[in-house]
Structure formats: C-alpha cells, structure tokens
Design a protein around this ligand. Structure first.
Ligand SMILES: *Cc1c(COP(=O)(O)O)cnc(C)c1O
Length: 388
C-alpha cells in the first residue's frame, strides 16, 4: 500500500495538463498556524517572500491574512501592491537594485530597503533626495553562518555575493547615519533555504546578539532586526507534515535572540508558507521500456518544475489515478530535450499506464514562478481548489 495525498482526480480529467493545483484550504490553515504561533508577540512581523510563488490568487490570500511582503525586485513590489499588500509592510532586498526598481520602492513608500552594498546606499540616498523623501534602510549583513543545506541555496557565507561583510559593517553604518535621505533602522540577515535543523537558526541568533550588543555599545540604535526566512518543509512526507512546525521555529528566536524593549523582529518566510499547498499535476504520455528500466514519460517537464534539475531537489511522486495493486519501479522523466529533465529515479508506483495522473508533491514554492518556455513550451496553468 502506497500512501497518497487526496486529490479530486475526477475533476482533473477535464483539465489540460500539466497544471499547478493549489489546495487553498491548506494555505489558509498554514497562514492561521503562523498567526497563532506569533499571536503573543506583537513585535514579531512576518513578510511573505514573494519570490517563492507570485501567483496572484496566492498573493491575495496571504495579503488578506494580514502578512507583509518580502520582495527581491521592482516587479515583485508591483505584484505585491497589486495583490493588496500595503507598502508599509513591504521589505525589499537584492544585490542589484536598478534605479527604476528603487524608484518603485520609493513611490510605494515601502517599509524598508534591505541594502547590500555601499554604492546601493548612495544611490538610494540620491534617488530619495530627488523625490524629497527619506528611505528607511536596514543593512544586510553577511553573518558568515552556514546553513546545512544544498550549496546553491546557502546565502550567509563569506563566499556568497549577498550582504555586507561584518568587517565593513561599522564603516557602512556610519555612512548611512551621515546621509540625509536615508534613515538607518537596523540589520537584515538571511542564511539560506530549506533549513530544518533549528540549531542553524540558533547559530544565527547568537551571531546577531554579538553584532547588536557591540553596536549598542558604540551607541548605534537598532529598532528593527530582520532574520530572513529559510524554514524548510518535509518533502519526503507531505501527508504527515503538511504544515511546518512554526511554533518551534518562532520559539527558537524567542528563546535565543536578545531583543531590547521596543525592538521589532521581522521574518521573511517563503517556502514554509506555500510549499506544501501546491502540486504539479501531469499525465503520463508514454510508458517506455528501456533496456534496463521503465520510464514514465510525463507531459510536465523541467520547464514546469525546475527544482530537481537545478538543485537535485526531491519531490514526492505519486500516481494518483492508478488503481493497480502491483507496484513497479520507474524513472519518471519529462519531455524536454535535456538529460537533466528527470523528476525521480527508481520511483515505486502502482503499475502505471498512458493517461494516468501523476502528482509531483510539495511544489507550491519555487515551482510555478520558475517555469520557463524553453522548447517553446506553454507555461503551466494554475488551478485553485476553491474553483473546482
Ligand atoms: C529567498 C529569500 C527568502 C525566503 O526564503 P525561504 O527559504 O523561501 O523561506 C527570504 N529572504 C530573502 C532575502 C530571500 O532572498
């Protein structure tokens, strides 16, 4: 017996595949859990990381739940505002903000620019001056804390391109405090993604405590600390753990991060909020008998979900329509002309045939938003459970 998620397969039969299916009840339950976990911390603020999934319906649902938005481009700021996030709850990070993008942030009076370099600080000051505004800025610090995750998704090591090195921090803060059209409010950190070991976040807390204590001694006032996102999800067991352990996550910060009275703590969660509510639904085009193995060839490919090809990421693969009793082993692949267009090797599924529906689970984050038209393929559609 292979455990499978529950999907409205009969309704799927009328829909062209591949498509992303979003379980909106799970999304709303997840948002409720986040809210509940911080309900007694009025100084905790969660900004949803738009880059994980910018589907307009998903964004609207998260905005309506009262969360802020964490953006990494001008386009994301526009998408967030359009979906109903107030500018006053938008934070904006990114190593290469263009003048146009900075102006989008200024025009929407966003809460804070997370600044990643000295030249960026100077340009924000100039552009804010031209508009007669003062931009709130936090400096993104590269804390040199490693997250035990895939090398391509760690961001907080000295070798990464992100943030300002700790050795430069004092100088850059002094600069920020001298500029007329920026207001220094605090520090920003983000150490990586898909982090499940809470001790990685504890290590970040300890590093933040060291830095803020030292700055306080120098008389630098910090009103806001942003610890980024990175909380992971259970890709192996989406049915057992549909909602991440937000209680434990926030408790880690409550326990280990020393906040001064009045200090505000910001979080930027992406994957943990939207990851489990999405699945990529596809049909089997052909089952092909190779010389050594069987291939289940899907109508979904790496252009629809690139994470396995890009990060060697695991997604649980389920045949959600087969009623066969016997289990067989397949390499599950897409149709794109790249050898890396493989979703899973040696996957045990009920005996599978042409036309069966295959769900790639836990695809709500970094799925639809990363889709491309390589091979002149169509972009995948999105189907909401609310509309079926
Ligand atoms: C990507 C990103 C996040 C969100 O990361 P998740 O792992 O999806 O929670 C938060 N902050 C910044 C600056 C990011 O680049």
């Amino acid at each position: 017996m292979i455990l499978r998620g529950k999907f409205p397969v009969e309704k799927f039969r009328e829909i062209e595949t591949p498509f992303y299916y979003y379980d909106m009840n799970l999304l709303r339950d997840t948002l409720d859990c986040v809210r509940e976990a911080i309900s007694r911390d009025p100084n905790f603020h969660v900004h949803y990381a738009v880059k994980a999934n910018a589907n307009p319906d998903i964004l609207r649902t998260i905005a309506r739940a009262g969360f802020g938005a964490d953006c990494v481009s001008g386009g994301e700021i526009l998408a967030a505002v359009k979906a109903g996030f107030p500018g006053s709850k938008i934070v904006y990070a990114g190593v290469g903000k263009t003048d146009r993008e900075i102006n989008i942030g200024l025009d929407n009076d966003i809460f804070c620019f997370n600044v990643e370099s000295v030249p960026e600080l100077e340009v924000i000051n100039e552009l804010a001056a031209a508009k007669g505004k003062v931009a709130a800025v936090a400096l993104r610090v590269n804390p040199n804390v490693g997250a035990h995750t895939h090398a391509n998704i760690t961001t907080g090591l000295a070798e990464n391109k992100f943030g300002i090195a700790m050795t430069d921090l004092d100088r850059v803060i002094d600069m920020a405090r001298d500029l007329k059209n920026v207001r220094f409010i605090g520090l920003h950190f983000h150490i990586g993604s898909q982090i499940l070991d809470m001790t990685d976040f504890t290590a970040l807390c300890n590093r933040v405590n060291d830095i803020t204590a030292r700055l306080e001694q120098r008389g630098v006032k910090i009103s806001d600390i942003n610890v980024g996102g990175g909380l992971g999800i259970d890709y192996k067991h989406p049915n057992h753990h549909p909602i991440p352990d937000f209680k434990e996550y926030f408790a880690t910060y409550r326990r280990h991060l020393h906040l001064l009275p009045g200090q505000q703590l910001h979080f930027e969660l992406g994957r943990a909020i939207v990851g489990q509510c999405g699945a990529l639904i596809s049909r089997v085009v052909f089952v092909k008998e190779g010389t050594k193995k069987k291939f289940a060839i899907l109508d979904a490919g790496m252009t629809d979900l690139i994470r396995p090809a890009l990060y060697e990421a695991y997604h649980r693969i389920e045949n959600i329509s087969s009623e066969a009793e016997d289990v067989e082993r397949y390499d599950v692949v897409g149709p794109v002309c790249e050898s890396s267009d493989v979703f899973g090797k040696a996957v045990d599924m009920p005996s599978t045939k042409r036309g069966d529906f295959i769900a790639l689970r836990s695809a709500g984050a970094y799925g639809e938003i990363m889709a491309s038209q390589y091979n002149c393929r169509q972009l995948p559609l999105a189907v909401l459970s609310d509309n079926l």
